[in-house]
Design a protein around this ligand. Structure first.
Ligand code: G6P
Length: 367
């Protein structure tokens, strides 16, 4: 069927706004919300015997994998290796028995990821894939197919596929934890409840569309933009920077907030916007002190947080975006929205071809 932009100016904006629906749609496959239970994995795979997970992906899908590493290790206590697909085979990775290799891809066709999948298969790994195109090559070659139900994604810069990938990966981390005997019924119920709250929280974050549009004018003239985050939200900083680079052509870097003092702080002056992703939680105070180091050097901080005292914490910031209060587990899903919207509106302000950015392809089928 022909897919139209509807009333939206670009596919990317439409796809950003579809996220409450498609994340809910995706979660329905993995959760039994009313029973407060995780659904059994769609195909038979013995998760209890998984001793190590190797995650491989490219681009935005790789950053979803980086978030998942935190979840798999934290909830299931299963060690995780993660690589970008173009590096994976060449470092001669060690893949032992009991290994699950997990490939994440919107298209299911990315050449580097597919080659990595075949390499892992030849090395005796069980193959799981998180893909958005159920008829894709990766879907066909998997032992365990974990579909995202984002619907067709047309914008070259991935948005809704990313949040759907995160939803699947969070549910998989919980399933792995359960299979390992690390999740009580009570904890399972709580995780299911938190995940079920994601669509409404995404909706809440989408309410910032206009505020972010106004903010975009201040970022559009910048030459460099820095994104900072910690823990499972560090990959969101990387994703925010990637989105901005892809569609606005502004140089951007994502950094672990605590690592900034080892380099990028040298770049900071009053011409550098710094986006700080800081959900409340155990890492909040440390992130705020990194933010203050930026402010002390004149950096123009945009603080994104659900912290109660955000106005006070964000003193001296050029803007603060108050996110809905969510459990830290789903923060990466919710905080994806403001970074997507920011990239989108900056690109529109700069007049670039948002859905078809120069030099990029939706699906990269060459190595
Ligand atoms: C291209 C796209 C990105 C995407 C990446 C991985 O670079 O422009 O948006 O994240 O490929 O694609 P995949 O289909 O494997 O997720």
């Amino acid at each position: 069927a022909m897919i139209s932009k509807g009333n939206y100016r670009h596919f990317m904006l439409k796809e950003i706004h579809e996220q409450p629906i498609v994340v809910a749609q995706t979660l329905r496959t993995y959760l039994r919300r009313l029973e407060g239970e995780l659904a059994p994995p769609p195909e038979d795979i013995d998760l209890a015997s998984v001793r190590r997970v190797t995650i491989v992906a490219c681009g935005t899908s790789f950053y979803a994998g980086m978030v998942a590493k935190y979840w798999f290790e934290q909830f299931a206590r299963v060690p995780v290796d993660i690589d970008v697909a173009s590096e994976f085979r060449y470092r001669e990775p060690i893949m032992e028995e009991g290994g699950l290799a997990l490939f994440i891809s919107q298209s299911g066709e990315t050449a580097d990821t597919l080659a990595a999948l075949r390499h892992a298969r030849a090395s005796g790994q069980k193959i799981a894939v998180v893909v958005n195109v159920p008829t894709s090559t990766m879907a066909r070659e998997a032992d365990l197919l974990l579909p995202t139900h984002a619907g067709p994604e047309i914008g070259v810069a991935s948005t809704k596929a990313f949040t759907c990938q995160l939803a699947v990966l969070a549910a998989l981390a919980a399933s792995l934890a359960r299979a390992k005997g690390r999740l009580s019924q009570e904890e399972e119920r709580r995780i299911v409840r938190h995940l079920s709250e994601a669509p409404a929280a995404i909706n809440g974050a989408l309410a910032y569309d206009e505020a972010i549009e106004a903010l975009a004018a201040t970022i559009a003239p910048a030459r460099d933009v820095l994104y900072l985050g910690r823990g499972p939200d560090y990959p969101l900083a990387l994703e925010g920077a990637l989105k901005l680079k892809e569609i606005s052509y502004i140089h951007a870097e994502g950094y672990a907030a605590g690592e900034m003092k080892h380099g990028p702080i040298a770049l900071i002056d009053d011409a550098v916007p710094v986006v700080v992703i800081a959900p409340s939680g155990p890492l909040f105070d440390k992130t705020v002190s990194n933010m203050q180091e930026v402010q002390a050097r004149g950096g123009q901080v945009i603080l994104i947080s659900d912290y109660d005292g955000i106005e006070a914490a964000g003193e001296g910031c050029v803007a603060t975006l108050t996110m809905p209060k969510v459990h830290p587990l789903i923060a990466p899903i919710v905080y994806a929205i403001p970074v997507q919207l920011l990239a989108y509106h900056v690109a529109v302000a700069k007049g670039t071809d948002v859905d078809q950015p120069r030099n990029l392809a939706k699906s990269v089928t060459v190595e």
